[in-house]
Design a binder for this molecule. Structure first.
Ligand code: ZN
Length: 64
């Protein structure tokens, strides 16, 4: 499956294409939603659909 957003975490530079830690996954009518935590502690909400994965929301790093 192709899954890339072509972006990196603005806090630590971790590539969005490689989730550091998947917290949970949910299936919705629009596709799948994946909550992932970055290496810096930032929580991401990702939407997975036929086009791949994209980060739709991102929290601040836990350490700040
Ligand atoms: Zn990060």
């Amino acid at each position: 499956m192709t899954s890339t957003t072509g972006a990196v975490c603005p806090h630590c530079g971790w590539p969005d294409a490689e989730p550091f830690q998947v917290v949970s996954r949910h299936t919705t009518a629009a596709g799948r939603t994946v909550w992932a935590r970055c290496g810096c502690g930032s929580l991401q909400v990702r939407v997975v659909d036929g086009c791949g994965t994209r980060v739709v929301s991102r929290s601040r790093p836990a350490s700040l």
